[in-house]
Design a protein around this ligand. Structure first.
Ligand code: AVI
Length: 320
C-alpha cells in the first residue's frame, strides 16, 4: 500500500510565511481583509469541528444524513472500481460513508494543505480499508492539480463536501470547478452546496448562542499573536456576521471596538473605532443557480438530493 505524502504541486510556500504575507498585505488594504483559509490552524480546526456540532449549524448533520440516505444511489452513479479524489480537509465521517457504500473502490486520494491532517487520515483508514490504495497529497487544491494517474487508470470521482465551494466568490468558484473537472480526467464530482433560505436561519448559523463562531473568527487574531508575535487585543474586536440578501452570502468581519494600533512584524497598523476587517464570505445558492454554474464549468448536472426543509443540497455532476 502506498501511503507516502506526495506533493500536489511544486514550490508551495510554507504556510507560516503565507499567513504573515497575507496579513501584512490584507491589513494594509482599505477595506482591511484576511483570507479565510488561514482559519484552519490546529486551534481553528478544532473550533470548526465544534461549529459542525452546534444546534444552529444545520449544514454538517444535514449533509451527512443526505449522504447516508442516498449512499446506494450515489455508489451506482460513481460505478465500481473508482478512484475517489477528495478536495480539502473533509470530515472522515463523510468519506467513510462514501467509501463504505462504493463497490470495490480502487483508491482514495485526499488533497490537503496540512500534512499532519493527511497523516492522521492515513493512520485511521489504512487498517479499516486494507485493499484500498491511499494516496494522500499535500498541497493547495485551488492551485494546479497534478494528480498522477494510477497504472491501471481507474475512473476518477471527485468529492467536495461541506459547501466549501461557498467560501469562494462565484467567479473564482467557477474557475475552481473547471480546474477540478480537468483534474478528474473525465470523472464526475459529488459536491455539497448550502442553499439560500430564511435569512434568520442563516444568521443564527453564523451567530451561535455559545459564541463558538465568534471564537473561530477571532482565532485569526490569536493565531497572529501566537505565530507572528502580533499584539492584537482580542477583547477589542467583535465578531460580526450579517447576511447580505442581495449577494446571497453571509459576510464575516472582525470589527475594531475602539481606535487602536496593532504591531505586526515591525509594522504598525491603525484601526479606527468601528472599522471592519473582512474575514470570510459564505455564498448560498439555489439548486438551479448552482446547476447553472456547474454547467458553465463543463459539467452535466445529473442528480441532486436535498432534505425536506431544503436546507442543503448534494449534487452529482458528470463531466461533459
Ligand atoms: C467551511 N465553510 C463551508 C464554513 C461555512 O459555513 O462557510 C466555514 C464557517 N464559517 C463560519 N462558520 C463556518
Amino acid at each position: 500500500m502506498d501511503t507516502q505524502l506526495a506533493r500536489l504541486h511544486r514550490g508551495a510556500p510554507p504556510q507560516e510565511d503565507s499567513f504573515a504575507d497575507n496579513l501584512l498585505e490584507g491589513l494594509a488594504k482599505a477595506p482591511k481583509e484576511i483570507a479565510c483559509k488561514y482559519f484552519y490552524d490546529e486551534a481553528g480546526s478544532r473550533l470548526f469541528d465544534a461549529i459542525c456540532d452546534l444546534p444552529e449549524y444545520y449544514q454538517t448533520r444535514t449533509e451527512t444524513a443526505l449522504l447516508a440516505r442516498h449512499a446506494g444511489e450515489i455508489a451506482a452513479l460513481i460505478e465500481p472500481g473508482a478512484e475517489i479524489v477528495e478536495f480539502g480537509a473533509g470530515s472522515l465521517r463523510k468519506a467513510r460513508i462514501l467509501l463504505d457504500a462504493l463497490d470495490n473502490p480502487r483508491a482514495y486520494t485526499p488533497l490537503d494543505i496540512s500534512g499532519d491532517y493527511l497523516a492522521g487520515v492515513v493512520q485511521s483508514l489504512a487498517a479499516e480499508y486494507p485493499t484500498l490504495t491511499l494516496r494522500p497529497m499535500v498541497g493547495d487544491f485551488t492551485g494546479p492539480l497534478d494528480i498522477p494517474t494510477l497504472p491501471d487508470n481507474p475512473r476518477r470521482a471527485g468529492f467536495f463536501p461541506g459547501s466549501t465551494i461557498g467560501n469562494f466568490r462565484p467567479d473564482t468558484a467557477l474557475c475552481l470547478l473547471r480546474r477540478m473537472r480537468s483534474g478528474l480526467n473525465g470523472g464526475g464530482l459529488l459536491i455539497g452546496v448550502d442553499l439560500v433560505k430564511d435569512p434568520s436561519r442563516l444568521h443564527a448559523a453564523y451567530n451561535d448562542a455559545a459564541g463558538v463562531t465568534a471564537s473561530f473568527n477571532k482565532n485569526l487574531l490569536a493565531r497572529a499573536n501566537r505565530e507572528l508575535g502580533a499584539d492584537f487585543d482580542l477583547g477589542a474586536f467583535a465578531h460580526y456576521a450579517p447576511y447580505n440578501a442581495g449577494a446571497q452570502r453571509i459576510e464575516m468581519y472582525l470589527v475594531s471596538l475602539r481606535r487602536q494600533r496593532v504591531s505586526l512584524r515591525g509594522q504598525l497598523f491603525e484601526f479606527a473605532q468601528g472599522e471592519p476587517v473582512h474575514t470570510e464570505d459564505s455564498h448560498k445558492y439555489t439548486i438551479e443557480s448552482f446547476r447553472e454554474m456547474a454547467a458553465r464549468a463543463g459539467f452535466n448536472p445529473r442528480a441532486v438530493w436535498t432534505d425536506e426543509e431544503r436546507l442543503f443540497s448534494v449534487h452529482w455532476l458528470e463531466s461533459r
